[in-house]
Write a protein that binds this ligand. Structure first.
Ligand code: NIG
Ligand code: FE
Length: 383
């Protein structure tokens, strides 16, 4: 059953062959067939289809790709947020509060919580989400966190190296690279490390990523979030597809990202929620570094599930143009997950799309905080 969506005031295709970054087409139409895009172009050239919907001049974009989230947890840390807004700085140690609540929760409680957050994301236009473990930090709790995440996405990431929960750090790294990795592996595609003061240093991060690679898991990294550090250059040296946060960067870090092609994933909701300085996206883009945007939805440093909010922050606070920010939250997000089936609306890609109650993508930054997502389609079906 093919479906023709017509009356599209502005279509963002992200066609890499187009002259403009977003491959925009005005007065457009798109044909969806069997869950993928069959055709996209000017409405005047649209072919026939079995069904037809008129979108009344609304804008249509590729579904957002949220390449960084921590949705498997219990409890909340609203009081910690309130203390931060009163002047207490954010520190990695707050993770342990969520670890205790997560270990105490049942599988059913964790699953229904993830389900609620994924739904919340979908209502805001996210059609692909990466979900990390990292609040279990025992063999059993990391494995069950990943098994639960797997029920919602293929893009699951083992983050046993989120923080050392207790005891000797060397022994904990041995646990993460040994029995915990063995238990996590069947449920995970990626492995991640929080490489930061108060969490794991560069040598530990390298050992954990090497062990993950030997077990068939591809690496990603949390790095340079709370201060300068070795993480960004390690990610570049290892040729990781993405390194996330990138708030504190030296010129050498920027050069390493440019030369390696490792994508810098910026998480502006974190700086909003921690009152830290925002990363400088303009500096990265002007240096030729590829930049993605994700939510980092988690109970500690940033409890937003909204990529529209992150796009608005990226434009207002990080020096990105609206087009760059939309591209970063769609096409680049897909690239960080090594996915060429999502992130664009060109023939052959999955028919994952967002319909905005607005005439153009500019409204995502122009009208911050307004629920503009009128519809989210996944695999050619409206939710
Ligand atoms: O990406 N940085 C490490 N992990 C999360 C925060 C986790 C927490 O505070 O619970 C982040 O910001
Ligand atoms: Fe994170």
């Amino acid at each position: 059953m093919s479906i023709l969506l017509t009356g599209i005031g502005q279509l963002v295709t992200n066609d890499p062959e187009a002259d403009d970054l977003l491959g925009t087409i005005t007065d457009a139409a798109i044909v969806l067939d069997g869950g993928t895009v069959a055709w996209a172009g000017p409405a005047s050239d649209a072919p026939d289809a079995d069904q037809r919907y008129d979108l009344g001049g609304r804008a249509v974009l590729p579904g957002f790709v949220d390449s960084h989230s921590h949705l498997v947890f219990a409890g909340d840390r609203a009081e910690e947020f309130a203390a931060r807004m009163a002047g207490t700085p954010y520190a990695a140690g707050g993770i342990r509060t969520t670890v205790a609540a997560t270990r105490a929760a049942t599988d059913e409680q964790l699953t229904s919580h993830v389900s609620r957050l994924v739904e919340e994301m979908r209502r805001q236009g996210t059609t692909t989400v990466e979900i990390k473990s990292g609040y279990g930090l025992t063999v059993r709790d990391e494995a069950r966190s990943l098994a639960i995440a797997r029920q919602f996405t293929e893009e699951t990431t083992f983050l046993g190296a989120h923080v050392v929960p207790d005891g000797d750090p060397g022994e904990y790294v041995d646990l993460v690279t040994g029995p915990m990795l063995d238990a996590a592996r069947p449920h995970a595609r990626w492995i991640d490390v929080f490489c930061e003061r108060g969490a794991f240093d560069g040598d530990q991060a390298r050992a954990i990523l090497d062990a993950g690679a030997a077990a068939g898991l591809r690496g990603r990294l949390h790095a340079n979030q709370l201060g300068p550090g070795p993480g960004v250059q390690l990610a570049a040296e290892l040729g990781l597809v993405a390194v996330d946060h990138c708030t504190y960067l030296t010129d050498e870090d920027v050069a390493a990202l440019r030369d390696s092609g490792t994508i810098a994933t910026l998480l502006p909701g974190v700086e909003f929620s921690t009152r830290q300085p925002y990363p400088d996206a303009r500096r990265l883009l002007d240096a030729g570094v590829r930049v993605a945007i994700a939510s980092d939805c988690n109970p500690g440093s940033c409890f937003t599930s909204s990529l529209p909010l992150c796009i608005a922050l990226a434009v207002r606070e990080m020096g990105m143009t609206p087009a760059e920010a939309v591209h970063a939250a769609t096409y680049r997000g897909a690239q960080t997950l090594d996915r060429d089936d999502v992130g664009a609306l060109v023939p052959g890609r999955r028919a994952d799309l967002v319909v905005l109650d607005a005439p153009s993508y500019l409204h995502l930054a122009y009208r911050p905080g307004v629920p503009l997502v009128a519809g989210t389609w996944v695999g050619g079906r409206p939710l």
